[in-house]
Ligand binder design. Structure first.
Ligand code: HEC
Length: 151
């Protein structure tokens, strides 16, 4: 499946670039500051987001070919309490509201008839975009490309 192949290539590319930057003795001056930050592991929330994006991509592929949805992702129930990146501001009112909306749209996607999945999927992507409008706008460009075009 092409989306997975792209992901694997991305991971390989990241590893190769990562190795290039950690080659010992290459640039000693830069080494005194950079590595600590590069090695900070992604937050629980960031990892969940990556899984949510992969899940949405595979839903999109399934809807486009009229196939079965991937298994319901129960793990995303923890979205409201997942630990964010240190120092990231999470609004105590809007974040849980947007998280609940995402959960509702996810539930609906798995409930509707096959013919209504395209619309339900686009509503799910809209719920990603809504939260990202106020929290972490970086991935918005990517999210906007996730909609299934409707004619
Ligand atoms: C309730 C709010 C909310 C919803 C809903 C949401 N996001 Fe996020 N997203 C965030 C926040 C906050 C971060 C930053 C997480 C961190 O750095 O700890 C984030 C981070 C990300 C990242 C970057 C992860 C990384 O590698 O650092 C991607 C990609 C992403 N979201 C995509 C999505 C997609 C796709 C959806 C819908 C399927 C979605 N988000 C739904 C709030 C949300």
């Amino acid at each position: 499946m092409p989306p997975y192949r792209t992901l694997i290539l991305l991971i390989l590319a990241t590893v190769v670039v990562g190795l290039a930057f950690t080659t010992p003795g290459r640039n000693d001056a830069a080494h005194t500051e950079a590595p600590a930050q590069e090695l900070t592991p992604p937050s629980e929330l960031a990892l969940m987001m990556r899984a949510m994006a992969i899940h949405a991509d595979s839903v999109k592929a399934a809807v486009n070919r009229g196939g079965n949805l991937p298994p319901y992702p129960k793990a995303f129930k923890k979205l409201p309490t997942a630990e964010p990146t240190k120092g990231m501001h999470i609004d105590p009112i809007t974040f849980p509201t947007f998280a609940k909306d995402y959960e509702n749209k996810l539930g609906r996607l798995y409930k509707v008839k096959k013919g209504e999945r395209q619309q339900a999927y686009n509503a799910l992507v809209q719920s990603c975009a809504n939260c990202h409008g106020t929290h972490c706008p970086g991935p918005l460009m990517r999210i906007k490309k996730m909609y299934i075009a409707t004619e």
